[in-house]
Design a protein around this ligand. Structure first.
Ligand code: ADP
Ligand code: MG
Length: 173
C-alpha cells in the first residue's frame, strides 16, 4: 500500500446552491483522507477571477491520502460530474470545481495533470483559505500580491461542522 501523501484541494462553485455544493464536496473528500488528517478552511466568498458569472464560494481542503495524484484527480472529476459540472466554454461558471493544488513535493507536468497547479499562487481564492489552515505555506508577500482580489470569509458558514475532526475529539467525562 502507498504511504500517505499530503494533498491540498481547491474547492469552488458559482452556479446553483454554491455554498451547499462546496460543503458537500468537502464532506466527500473525507473518504480519501487518512484518519485525523483532514482539515478544511472556512468558506470564502470571492469575486470571479479569470472566470465568469456570479460570486464564488471557495474553500481549501488538506488531507493525507494513499491515492496517487492521477487517482485523486480522477476522484475529483467524478465528484464534479456528480455535481453536474458542465464545461460549455473555458472559464464558464461552474456548479463545482475541484483542483489539485499541491501533492507532497510532486512536480507533475502531463497533459491532464499539472502539480503544483500552475495558477495556485496567483489566486486569492486559494491563498486566503490556504493561509487559514497552513499559514506556513503562504508568504506575506504572496498574500499582499493578491490583496486586490475580492475575498471575504463567510463567518456564518462552516463546511460541515459536525464532521470536523476537532468535533470528533472524545468528550470530557
Ligand atoms: P479550470 O479549473 O482551470 O477552470 P477545468 O476545471 O475545466 O479548468 O479543468 C480543465 C482540465 O485541467 C481538466 O480536464 C484537468 O485534466 C486539467 N488539470 C490539469 N492539472 C490539474 C490540477 N492540478 N487539478 C485539476 N485539474 C487539472
Ligand atoms: Mg478545475
Amino acid at each position: 500500500m502507498r504511504d500517505p501523501v499530503p494533498a491540498w484541494v481547491g474547492v469552488g462553485a458559482n452556479l446553483g446552491d454554491a455554498q451547499a455544493t462546496v460543503q458537500w464536496a468537502c464532506g466527500q473528500l473525507l473518504q480519501f483522507a487518512e484518519p485525523g488528517s483532514f482539515c478544511a478552511s472556512g468558506l470564502w466568498r470571492t469575486a470571479p477571477w479569470q472566470a465568469q458569472g456570479p460570486d464564488f464560494v471557495n474553500s481549501v481542503v488538506r488531507l493525507d491520502t494513499r491515492l496517487s495524484a492521477p487517482d485523486l484527480l480522477m476522484q475529483l472529476q467524478l465528484l464534479e460530474q456528480q455535481a453536474q459540472r458542465q464545461r460549455p466554454y473555458q472559464n464558464a461558471p461552474r456548479t463545482l470545481d475541484l483542483d489539485l493544488l499541491l501533492f507532497g513535493h510532486a512536480q507533475i507536468w502531463s497533459p491532464h495533470l499539472q502539480v503544483p497547479h500552475p495558477r495556485w499562487a496567483e489566486r486569492a481564492f486559494v491563498l486566503r483559505p490556504l493561509a487559514q489552515i497552513n499559514p506556513e505555506r503562504v508568504s506575506p508577500a504572496a498574500l499582499a500580491a493578491v490583496a486586490g482580489q475580492e475575498a471575504q470569509l463567510m463567518p456564518e458558514a462552516q463546511w460541515m461542522p459536525e464532521a470536523h475532526p476537532l468535533n470528533a475529539l472524545p468528550k470530557e467525562p
